[in-house]
Design a protein around this ligand. Structure first.
Ligand SMILES: CC(C)(COP(=O)(O)OP(=O)(O)OC[C@H]1O[C@@H](n2cnc3c(N)ncnc32)[C@H](O)[C@@H]1OP(=O)(O)O)[C@@H](O)C(=O)NCCC(=O)NCCS
Length: 187
């Protein structure tokens, strides 16, 4: 496996065209999708025909350095989910979004924080990134906890997009956290 990034317990790699089943299984768990779609699984054909091709195209666009990365436990190799580190579609390359979606079996053991912390470090020391942001629903405590543990600060509140209105807690809107390279260095 060609590793993109290693942490103490995790190995992150680029997805390949053979990984559709991993993504389908991840998105089939209503608990994983709770604050994303209200628990509705992503249709397998959407993953095969839209999501995975877009992930692979992202590696082309950003030279394999930014995008969505599969995370595996180093011990045993189990797929635990993915992390994202990528610019907005038309945004500058030095401002990137951090995100994560992990299998329920992997929750609660610090993997979310561990992978995110390592990605922040890589972004600021190797990839020339100036600012990292992350967005989530106001009520997504687990996701916000990771952002806060990384030293990110609340930068803005966000309206709920129309397609997310049926999701539990959507009336509370969303939050955007940010951290600059300077703030990260001062930690
Ligand atoms: C959000 C998510 C990545 C958290 O991953 P994780 O590996 O369980 O996170 P960690 O173990 O690193 O936990 C980080 C902190 O948040 C806390 N936390 C985690 N889940 C929580 C929850 N549901 N409610 C409250 N706190 C929570 C942890 O206790 C930990 O704090 P601590 O170190 O002070 O105890 C994971 O639950 C997930 O993938 N959820 C589904 C997808 C999702 O919602 N992604 C974010 C969309 S923006």
């Amino acid at each position: 496996m060609d590793a993109y990034l290693e942490t103490e317990r995790l190995s992150l790699r680029r997805f390949t065209a053979d990984d559709a089943e991993l993504l389908i299984e991840l998105d089939s768990d209503p608990a994983v999708m709770r604050y994303l779609s209200g628990g509705v699984p992503t249709a397998p054909e959407v993953i095969r025909e839209q999501h995975l091709p877009k992930i692979l195209a992202g590696y082309e666009k950003w030279g394999g350095e930014l995008g969505l990365f599969a995370a595996h436990e180093k011990d045993g190799g189990a797929f635990i989910g993915w992390f994202i580190l990528r610019p907005a579609a038309e945004g500058p390359l030095d401002e990137v979004e951090l995100g994560y979606r992990l299998r329920q079996a992997a929750w609660g053991g610090g993997y979310g924080t561990e992978g995110s912390r390592a990605l922040l470090g890589k972004a600021f020391t190797e990839l020339g990134v100036r600012m990292v942001w992350a967005e989530t629903m106001t009520v997504n405590r687990g996701s916000r906890h990771i952002m806060e543990k990384l030293g990110m600060t609340l930068a803005d509140t966000l309206p709920t997009p129309e397609d997310m209105e049926p999701v539990e807690g959507s009336e509370h809107g969303g939050v955007r956290y940010e951290i600059t390279k300077e703030q990260w260095e001062q930690q």
